[in-house]
Design a protein around this ligand. Structure first.
Ligand SMILES: [Zn+2]
Length: 205
């Protein structure tokens, strides 16, 4: 066998091993979030439309950069929908064997952020306040998972990125675009999201 053929054989074997391993890694990743996962493509209209609403909301909140980042992750097959992800998570970054790297969004959290956040009815909180709190938290959770995707391994710095994102919403001029009543709801929503993230950061050590 000539040297050139040996190299070609080795390359084919390496590719086969790579795809087999990547398949295993993807299987592990999907199992970790409860299975049944899918990409938010044209075949999944509800989820695609929900991501479009999220993009519009992020732009309104003064962060078109995060909206574009999520669009790119969606296009590159690194943003997935996880119907089986537990109710305690908005989203999660999963990496397996260094071959599969994905952000999974909990399906219900994306389709109905208010229902996800307020599992127990809270008639004492006005609908507008719940809406602001839920959308702020969904967006902040994705900012957190993007930090992990970008290489942040520890929880504390990922929460710091999330909290900084909430605080940047207050400075962005977004609140100035709202009526006085809406502004109160969103200020409360942002403050509530910051308090939850601070508590979670403490729990994570
Ligand atoms: Zn985290």
């Amino acid at each position: 066998m000539r040297a050139r053929d040996q190299i070609a054989v080795a390359a084919v074997l390496a590719a086969a091993t790579y795809f087999a391993l990547r398949h295993v890694a993807e299987g592990k990743s999907e199992a970790a979030v409860g299975g049944g996962v899918f990409r938010p493509d044209a075949h999944h209209r509800d989820e695609s439309e929900a991501l479009d609403r999220l993009r519009a909301q992020l732009e309104k909140m003064g962060d078109p950069g995060l909206a574009q980042r999520l669009d790119r992750l969606r296009a590159s097959g690194e943003l997935w929908i996880a119907p089986g992800l537990g109710p305690d998570r908005w989203a999660v970054f999963v990496t397996a064997l260094g071959l599969s790297r994905r952000i999974y969004v909990r399906r219900e959290a994306l389709l109905d952020p208010v229902a996800h956040l307020y599992r127990a009815p809270r008639p004492d909180i006005p609908a507008e306040y719940k809406h602001a709190h839920a959308w702020t938290s969904l967006a902040g959770a994705l900012r957190h998972e993007v930090a992990h995707f970008d290489g942040v391994r520890e929880e504390a710095p990922a929460y710091d990125a999330e909290i900084e994102w909430y605080e940047a919403r207050r400075r962005s001029g977004f609140l100035d675009t709202l009526s006085a009543e809406e502004r109160r709801a969103w200020e409360w929503g942002i403050e509530s999201a910051i308090l939850s993230a601070r508590k979670a950061r403490e729990r994570a050590g």
